[in-house]
Write a protein that binds this ligand. Structure first.
Ligand SMILES: [Zn+2]
Length: 263
């Protein structure tokens, strides 16, 4: 299987240099992720298809940079089928002819078969797509080379789910991850293990801060993120909150109003 990286032409503050979508040529030409509908992306998909008809579009999750382009793709490539795990409130924003898939679903892609792997955490509907023969995982926003992944509780992100998803993917022993952003990850084990260690260290910092007294997410941010830029405060606050909610679910932390303590 030789997927072709097709850039989505959507650089921005939340997407870095923009998204990658992946075109898998073959009997069932398949695109993984939909971009945002930029006409240059649609042209690049056409070019990668080299005259073939786009058959399947597999969307990793409903975030705008991965899913919104489905509407324009459906217009440009009539007959293509669009698959994702449902997140009804979000999916309604991008009115493409979605077909629901879930964990374990096998889908034809190119000349091969891919298996959907439910990997919630960054988003509740997040799927990765696994090609067993080449041990390749189309990994969406599960991992980003050189940085961490945002887990926003205010948009149904869940840190406990995310850590379980990382372990689940580790257990597959992938040879490479083809992500939605940034460079191909050809050392998945070290990246995934690095994430798990990073989150464990962050959790220890938060637990230590709470041991020295009750605290709110706002008061924890400057203790955990020294010298943080003002513009990143909300992202840092959401990350701290994600940790607190995980500790609460594990029965290790509690709260009165907005004030958290260790149990
Ligand atoms: Zn995302």
């Amino acid at each position: 299987m030789t997927p072709i990286a097709v850039h989505a032409f959507n650089p921005g503050p939340m997407t870095g240099s923009g998204n990658w979508t992946w075109l898998i040529p073959g009997r069932v030409p398949t695109l993984v992720d939909a971009g945002t509908g930029d006409p240059r992306h649609l042209d690049a998909v056409s070019e990668a298809l080299a005259g073939a008809r786009l058959a399947h579009v597999l969307v990793t999750h409903a975030h705008v940079d991965h899913a919104s382009g489905a509407v324009a793709l459906a217009e440009r490539f009539p007959g293509a089928r669009f698959f994702k795990m449902p997140w009804p409130e979000r999916d309604a924003r991008w009115p493409a002819p979605w077909e629901a898939i879930g964990d374990g679903r096998i889908i034809e892609a190119g000349d091969e078969l891919l298996r959907a792997i439910h990997t919630p955490g960054h988003a509740p509907d997040h799927l990765c797509f696994w090609h067993q023969a080449s041990r390749t995982l189309f990994s969406g926003d599960l991992a980003l080379k050189g940085t961490t992944v945002y887990i926003p509780p205010n948009a149904r992100g869940d840190l406990g789910d995310y850590l379980a998803s990382l372990e689940r993917v580790r257990a597959l022993k992938p040879a490479r991850l083809l992500p939605g952003h940034g460079a191909v990850i050809d050392d998945p084990e070290s990246v995934l293990l690095g994430y798990l260690e990073h989150r464990r260290a962050r959790e220890e910092q938060i637990v230590a801060a709470l041991r020295s007294g009750e605290a709110t997410p706002d008061s924890l941010v400057p203790l955990i993120y020294r010298g943080l830029k003002e513009s990143l405060f909300q992202v840092a606050r959401e990350t701290v909150l994600a940790h607190l909610l995980k500790l609460e679910r594990e029965g290790r932390a509690g709260r009165r109003g907005d004030s958290w303590h260790i149990i």
